[in-house]
Write a protein that binds this ligand. Structure first.
Ligand SMILES: [Zn+2]
Length: 221
């Protein structure tokens, strides 16, 4: 049963131009055909305070540049260079605030450029993940088993989960894109009181589906 308040709430966050009729028949749509806004993540790194200081100097604090859609999260003014055995990538954005453990998230295309093999993992699942070197203005940090390709996921509140008929940890299918649309499999549902409804994918995945941040996607059976 569609909660019209939530529907309105979600539709208000999506510009009219970003709403499109799903390419699949409405009979196979689930979650009351609620459009879920997409958030495309470019390569980025979350840093521990110790690693921030190793890269930028003792006592250094990140400077927020832009708030992100998930509450409390921000893109910092600071960037790092990421170096792998085959190549390097400049200006990789740091996302704040500082976390207990450093984690670098890259796409598969980035892995080829760097010459590393990062596994597809949920955030925080770093066991036997990939290595890389981070270079800041004051030093470097050798990341060992801290590099992943983030598994596609949807952030949502418990209320969103109820209305979409899904639960935390569930893997769902998501229909995305019009012209070169596709269905994303194995999308992890992540429920938290603080989460804002959003489908998170990386740049490779967004390009494959021809979608951008703000575009609506839909759960399918
Ligand atoms: Zn996310």
């Amino acid at each position: 049963m569609i909660n019209t308040v939530l529907m309105t709430h979600i539709q208000e966050r999506l510009p009219a131009s970003k709403l499109w009729a799903p390419a699949v028949s409405s009979a196979s749509l689930t979650g009351a055909a609620v459009g879920i806004p997409t958030g495309v993540s470019n390569r980025h790194v979350h840093l521990s305070q110790a690693d921030i200081e190793a890269l930028f100097g003792e006592g250094y604090q990140l400077h927020p540049l832009k708030e992100l859609s998930q509450p409390g999260q921000f893109a910092a003014k600071e960037c790092v260079m990421v170096v792998g055995p085959k190549g390097s990538i400049n200006n990789v954005r740091i996302l704040g605030p500082a976390r207990s453990e450093t984690q670098l998230e890259v796409s598969k295309a980035d892995c080829y450029a760097l010459g590393i093999k990062a596994p597809v993992r949920e955030s925080g699942d770093l066991y036997r993940s990939a290595d890389a070197l981070l270079v800041g203005t004051m030093g470097y940090v050798n990341l060992q088993s801290k590099v992943i390709c983030a598994q596609r996921h949807i952030h949502m509140s418990p209320q969103d989960a109820l209305l979409l008929g899904v639960e935390h940890g569930q893997k769902v299918r998501v229909s995305a894109g019009q012209q070169c649309g596709l269905v994303f499999e194995q999308v992890v549902v992540r429920v938290d009181d603080l989460y804002f409804l959003e489908f998170h994918i990386d740049t490779d995945e967004a390009n494959a589906a021809g979608i951008r941040s703000g575009d609506a996607v839909y759960l399918v059976d």
